[in-house]
Design a protein around this ligand. Structure first.
Ligand code: NDP
Length: 338
């Protein structure tokens, strides 16, 4: 039986990835920042699967060398999923950039030392389509790279994902030559949550369901189901053609108003907002609520993307965005989060 290490095992994507790997017969080990959260993960996975799951967990933090050599010991493949993904703007961009980049390098170096067969890294559309100003293509594909130096069209998070993915490719093309790397670049990940500790991306679903918004800012997102993201990671781990490649995974771009409309249809009894706010109104709100300032550069922008490589190389047909939205909403309601 082959062993796969999943970093950031407690997260939304990682939990689905672990289930997928276990279902395919892999032996899975995880890393978690805290042992208590790791124990909770096994309860969450067991409840989800309806059977006892007890994967071994090693404590390791992306910011620290401790734990990584133990975590990698005897491992065949690595799924490097961990990276800071906070809902709020950090005080300094380095709070995200340093653990994302240095953590990826720690994992890759330990993987190289252990002689693992391949590392799959979770990057993001954030590393594909940001910081390009007017030079944005009409449709993004895997040949496009974000420019992390243009601070206007970026957040600390999008910069952290770009800098970390660049550092990973530079490592395997240089000092780490011989180590195989494949990268998954998901758009906004929706789909069923397994626990109440939800990823920041599910705010796209929880906020409208809570009826807190008056209407939607004119923002758009590519949508992908977390179950497809998990499957893409597993296929990228073993397919020969996936080595050395990056893959955008997603179904299609939707405006927030469209996402809300799917939920309004599914839950007609809930007070779910309708309509789009004019951009001037969002700018006005941002003066009162500075956390909204982050979204201002995104107003009215659409980042269309190609999922051809996901279809042809990974052989996947995306779960429709509408199904991902409904599955998220259903899980958030069932878990009592909204
Ligand atoms: P989660 O917040 O659920 O997962 C993030 C994971 O990273 C958590 O397990 C977290 O650990 C771990 N982590 C954060 N900082 C550190 C650190 N310093 N050391 C060790 N572990 C750390 O989010 P997702 O599951 O959505 O995100 C997983 C990955 O997918 C991330 O790399 C994210 O950038 C990427 N991604 C997510 C998208 C989305 O829309 N959700 C879209 C594209 C990419 P802990 O539980 O201890 O906080």
């Amino acid at each position: 039986m082959q062993t796969v290490l999943v970093t950031g095992a407690t997260g939304f994507i990682a939990s689905h990835l672990i289930m997928n790997l276990l279902d395919q017969g892999y032996h899975v080990r995880g890393t978690a920042r805290s042992a208590a959260k790791g124990r909770r993960l096994n309860e969450v996975l067991s409840a989800h699967a309806g059977r006892d799951i007890d994967i071994p967990l090693v404590e390791a933090n992306l910011k620290d060398d401790a734990g990584w050599a133990d975590a990698l010991n005897g491992v065949d493949y690595v799924q490097h999923v961990a990276s800071p993904f906070p809902a709020d703007k950090p005080k300094s961009a380095d709070e995200l950039i340093i653990p994302a980049r240095d953590g990826a390098l720690r994992v890759l170096k330990a993987a190289k030392a252990e002689g693992v067969k391949r590392v799959v890294m979770t990057s993001s559309m954030a590393a594909v389509g940001y910081g390009l100003g007017d030079k944005r293509p009409a449709r993004f594909d895997e040949t496009n790279w974000s420019n992390p130096d243009n601070l206007k069209d970026n957040t600390a998070y999008t910069r952290s994902k770009t800098i970390a993915e660049r550092a990973a490719w530079d490592y395997v093309n240089g000092e780490g030559q011989g180590l195989e790397l494949a990268v998954i670049n998901p758009v906004a990940v929706l789909g069923p949550a397994m626990s109440e500790d939800v990823s920041s991306s599910l705010q796209l679903i929880s906020q409208p369901l809570e009826g807190k918004l008056p209407a939607y800012p004119k923002l758009s997102f590519g949508v992908v189901d977390v179950r497809d993201v998990a499957e893409a990671h597993v296929r990228a781990m073993t397919l020969d053609e996936a080595a050395g490649e990056r893959f955008i995974v997603g179904d299609r771009v939707m405006w927030m108003e469209e996402i809300g409309e799917v939920m309004r249809q599914a839950y007609p009894d809930r007070k779910i907002p309708k309509g789009t706010l004019p951009n001037w109104a969002v700018r006005l709100f941002a003066n009162l609520n500075p956390s909204l300032k982050q979204i201002l550069p995104e107003l009215g922008k659409e980042r269309d993307f190609s999922n051809e490589k996901m279809k042809t190389v990974l052989g996947m047909t995306p779960i429709p965005a509408e199904d991902a939205i409904k599955a998220s909403a259903e899980s958030l309601i069932r878990l009592g989060i909204v």
